[in-house]
Design a protein around this ligand. Structure first.
Ligand code: SAM
Length: 328
């Protein structure tokens, strides 16, 4: 597809949009069948050294900051494995103080549990990534957030686009299944920016793409930004599937927050992964990346039920297997 065609497709509505989405679903089903991979996510800390303008846990927000200790995280990982999760996603703000604890957790888990780790902990030097890789972590996710450099700069007062690219390159080099992604509907982001994001994904051939709508958070500088268009989000996911073919693509919590039931629609439009939140209820209020995040009043069992319900509504089958990227 030429860039102009991608831009046009992002704006499709009605039957044309339906055709695009069903084409994406056909590709997904050819590669992954009817299965949706389930991964359990543990948001173990909201401490963060970054001040990203969109984020509800940015460092300048005065809020209760928590960090689970080694023992608590190990107990949670074991309970997730007991439920059946074969991938655990460990996510936190960017907070290098806990790096050694993460290494120990991966090493210890690998001794006794048959589980895959996805880390989503922000940028680091290659040396730290290497420690985590050697400890046994298989996957790492860092969203580039937007490939428009100026927009990236405006949104990240204390971060640098090229450094993030370096992190992504280091992860690939170390053999992680590497994921990236963007937010859709950021203030001043155009459809051409979104088309460029997809072209960036195509060129760099990542293993997974975690994308989602930008949603305002009331304590951030972007609190008054307008809400993302739902059709744009669905079309974007469909285009990612059509143009990247076999990457793992989740239906994210932010999609379910943008509109009730949207995750189901996304699972019929190119996505093949869902990541129920396995964080205990007591921490959830403090990991509100955006307003009205779904599941904030749910325990892990209920969040899993909600995800299973979305899968069923999409006419798909939940799969607890490890779910590596297909090489077909
Ligand atoms: N610190 C790690 C990092 O930066 O990669 C992981 C945690 S970070 C909070 C996870 C993701 O949340 C970010 O990549 C960002 O895309 C998303 N996020 C943060 N604020 C958001 C918002 N207001 N709307 C939608 N997504 C948001």
């Amino acid at each position: 597809m030429k860039k102009s065609e991608i831009i046009e497709s992002i704006g499709l509505k009605g039957n044309n949009a339906e055709n695009l989405r069903s084409k994406a679903n056909n590709i997904t089903e050819k590669i992954y069948g009817n299965k949706i991979f389930i991964r359990g996510i543990i948001e173990f800390s909201n401490k963060c050294i970054r001040d990203c303008k969109y984020c509800g846990i940015r460092k300048s927000i005065k809020m209760n900051r928590y960090e689970m200790d080694y023992k608590t995280i190990m107990v949670l990982i074991k309970s997730a494995v007991k439920i059946g999760y074969k991938t655990i996603v460990l996510q936190s703000g960017e907070f290098p103080v806990h790096d050694d604890m993460i290494t120990d957790i991966i090493k210890e888990s690998k001794k006794e549990l048959d589980t895959v780790f996805t880390l989503s902990l922000g940028e680091r030097d290659e040396q730290i990534f290497k420690k985590w890789r050697n400890a046994g972590a298989e996957r790492y996710l860092i969203r580039i957030e937007t490939t428009n450099r100026q927009l990236f700069k405006n949104l990240h007062p204390d971060d640098d686009y090229d450094t993030r690219i370096e992190s992504l390159k280091a992860l690939k080099k170390l053999g992680f299944e590497t994921g990236t992604g963007v937010m859709i509907g950021l203030p001043n982001q155009t459809d051409e920016d979104l088309a460029n994001d997809i072209i960036f994904f195509q060129k760099n051939n990542f293993d997974m793409y975690g994308v989602g709508p930008f949603l305002p958070h009331y304590l951030t500088p972007l609190k008054n930004a307008s809400i993302t268009n739902v059709d744009t989000v669905i079309n974007f996911v469909a285009l990612m599937r059509i143009l990247t073919i076999n990457a793992n693509i989740p239906a994210t919590t932010s999609m379910g927050t943008l509109r009730k039931g949207l995750r189901s629609e996304i699972l019929k439009s190119g996505a093949n992964v869902i990541m129920p939140n396995h964080t205990p209820l007591e921490y959830r209020e403090d990991y509100m990346l955006y307003d009205n995040k779904i599941g904030v009043q749910s325990e892990p069992d209920d969040t899993l039920k909600m995800a299973l319900c979305d899968i069923e509504k999409a006419g798909k089958i939940a799969s607890f297997e490890k779910g590596f990227r297909s090489r077909i």
